[in-house]
Ligand binder design. Structure first.
Ligand code: ADP
Ligand code: MG
Length: 499
């Protein structure tokens, strides 16, 4: 094994080129070629039909909604939509493909020649060229039992679940992405994130990375200078989180630089990504001439999307994420840098929903980008994975706005909600956190504080209001922060005026 080259050193001496293939599972009600429900998480092998099991004599029928979703994706990626296109059989023998071929599109994709603008962390825009977006079906899921790696080698036996077989997928393939230089890992992550947001905005998929609705294969190659021809690439398969996409590209750049430094050459192969170690290992050797013996699918007629229909779909596209962000930034009055932080933290939807719940944009940002962002970072999870909803934040802020709790108590309430103690109201009641603004207990605490600090009491009585803070502070302390500070001040002044 050659040594891994330090990242900065690698990109100082080599020019990285990347290419990304993204698979998205479409959120259609039924599968790509038959009427089996396309759900998630049912009992194994319950959502199957003769077509998705590849039984002899069964015939596929194309899911019209899947075609419409594929066109939506193509249009949103500024692609041409094919006048006519066909499905092909991609032949290979593996138990997760019961037909022994995957029905896919090959040389006639439904959409091609597009581009998408990706916003990087510093706010700059990087354009990624799209080669094609094509339709295909997902394979089933193999589970290798026994053995330590979860892979087939060393397993005692394997199980296969065909529920996923036949779920409609769209695969989006970039042209080789050049010109990113040292930012290649960031471009890769931002691109996948941009697509995820797009899928959600288009309503074509729930696009949950952690459920594998969106899966990325990342191709990486190095060359000495941007003037050289492209180097040989490796393809790291099934990288399933934004962070991993960035890490995988970064790792491959360092690894390939090490191989090249030692006079070795890069083998065109697929590689496995290991989340735990942040490394890739060799998979199967893959040559360009890999023989899947593609041929046109004889059981399906070509698809020729009617031009008027395509234009109808174009006209019905929703507001896309980039435009939406610009609009929301205007509505919320956030500065550019504030909005960028919000976008990078994945907080746009969360803030939008919180504002819809009646919270001011400033307060919504304060919660999500402050206390909650810190908690998410500590727990190393995405903001949206925290066990708290925008509605709960809106309810929490309402308690503050109504004067029932103050900011300090609000943080304790938040803690309670995050700990699963219930909605803000329930936490306030259960923990007894409501602000005390009843005069009775406040007056008692004021008298006690005055008695405990006679010097200060004397000063205040003689008209020197400088040290009132000390008394208010003592009252706050005595009430465990639950006193309404404004009311304490009023009562204190009345008290000393009475002599
Ligand atoms: P495969 O069938 O091997 O997955 P695809 O054409 O589907 O091939 O995808 C290959 C991906 O790799 C595309 O995104 C392409 O732009 C990219 N790519 C091609 N050549 C290179 C290269 N030399 N370096 C990096 N990426 C490359
Ligand atoms: Mg591919």
């Amino acid at each position: 094994m050659s040594t891994l080259v330090d990242y900065d050193d690698a990109v100082a001496r080599f020019d990285p080129v990347i290419g990304i293939e993204v698979h998205v599972e479409l959120g259609t009600r039924t599968k790509m070629f038959d009427g089996a429900p396309a759900g998630f998480g049912e009992e194994p092998n319950t959502s199957v039909t003769p077509v998705s099991l590849g039984l002899p004599g069964s015939l596929p029928v194309v899911n019209g909604t899947a075609v419409e979703y594929a066109i939506r994706i193509g249009l949103a990626l500024n692609c041409q939509i094919a006048e006519t296109c066909r499905f092909a059989r991609k032949n290979y023998f593996y138990p997760d493909v019961p037909k022994n071929f995957q029905t896919s599109q090959y040389d006639e994709p439904i959409a091609f020649d597009g581009h998408v603008d990706v916003e990087l962390e510093d706010g700059s825009i990087f354009r990624v060229e799209i080669e094609r977006a094509h339709m295909e079906e997902d394979a089933g899921k193999n589970t290798h039992v026994g053995g330590s790696t979860g892979r087939i080698h060393g397993a005692e036996y394997s199980l296969v679940d065909y529920n996923r077989a036949g779920i409609p997928l769209v695969e989006i393939v970039t042209r080789p992405i050049t010109g990113a230089g040292a930012r290649a890992p960031e471009v890769a992550r931002a691109y996948v994130q941009t697509l995820r947001d797009l899928f959600r905005a288009l309503g074509v998929s729930e696009a949950r990375m952690e459920r594998g609705n969106v899966r990325a294969d990342v191709n990486v190659s190095l060359r000495n200078t941007p003037q050289d021809a492209l180097g040989t690439r490796t393809e790291t398969k099934n990288v399933n989180s934004f962070r991993s996409v960035e890490r995988a590209v970064r790792f491959e750049i360092g690894r390939q630089a090490g191989v090249l430094d030692e006079g070795g050459s890069i083998v065109q192969e697929t590689r496995h990504w290991h989340e735990d170690t942040g490394t890739t290992t060799s998979g199967r050797i893959k040559s360009d001439a890999e023989d899947y013996r593609y041929f046109p699918e004889p059981d399906l007629v070509p698809i020729a999307p009617d031009r008027a229909w395509v234009e109808e779909i174009r006209a019905s596209l929703p507001e896309l994420p980039a435009a939406r962000r610009r609009r929301l930034q205007g509505e919320w009055g956030y500065a550019d840098a504030e909005m960028r932080d919000v976008v990078n933290a994945g907080a746009v939807e969360l803030i939008e929903a919180t504002v819809a719940g009646g919270t001011s944009p400033a307060a919504a940002r304060k919660w999500w980008m402050g206390e909650l962002a810190r908690t998410a970072k500590q727990q190393e999870v995405e903001l949206e994975a925290l066990p708290i909803t925008p509605a709960q934040i809106a309810a929490l802020q309402k308690l503050v706005d109504d004067g029932r709790i103050n900011d300090k108590l609000a943080r304790q309430v938040l803690e309670g909600v995050l700990a699963g103690e219930g909605d803000p109201e329930a936490v306030v009641v259960a923990r007894g956190l409501e602000v005390v603004s009843d005069d009775g207990p406040l007056l008692e605490a004021i008298d006690a504080a005055l008695a405990a600090q006679p010097d200060i009491a004397e000063k205040i009585r003689s008209g020197n209001l400088g040290p009132v803070g000390a008394i208010i502070g003592a009252v706050m302390k005595a009430t465990r922060g639950q006193a309404d500070a404004g009311r304490v001040r009023e009562l204190l002044l009345e008290r000393v005026a009475q002599g």
